[in-house]
Design a binder for this molecule. Sequence first.
Ligand SMILES: [Zn+2]
Length: 127
Amino acid sequence: MTSEGRFGAVITCMDGRIQTRTIDQVMTRFGVRYVDNITATGAVKNLDGAVTPTGEGLLESLNVSKEAHGTNQVALVAHAGCAGNPVPDNTQKEQLRRAKAVVAERFPEMEVMALFFDPRIGFEKIH
Ligand SMILES: [Zn+2]
């Protein structure tokens, strides 16, 4: 895979305003050539401690990315003004922290990064 470029993955909202920037950000942060783009409306709310059926679908896609593309890095992304997850930014950041723990538990060998995007600020890494 190295000669053709490594893969990373992102689990993010489907919002069209953030797709290009998100993929570009994940390529840069992980140093990967390709990013498998796994989306659902307000994705992070589906991995908020408990995993919803939609969340299971997201994790299934991540597993395909891992098995088919050798992905071992994933970014979880939420964003300000999310129509599918209309809660305050700080609540979304808490959801990101819990989602990060969920994904890390399911994929212990994978590097998991959480990012919050605000168009006025850019991408903020959530620890
Ligand atoms: Zn959204």
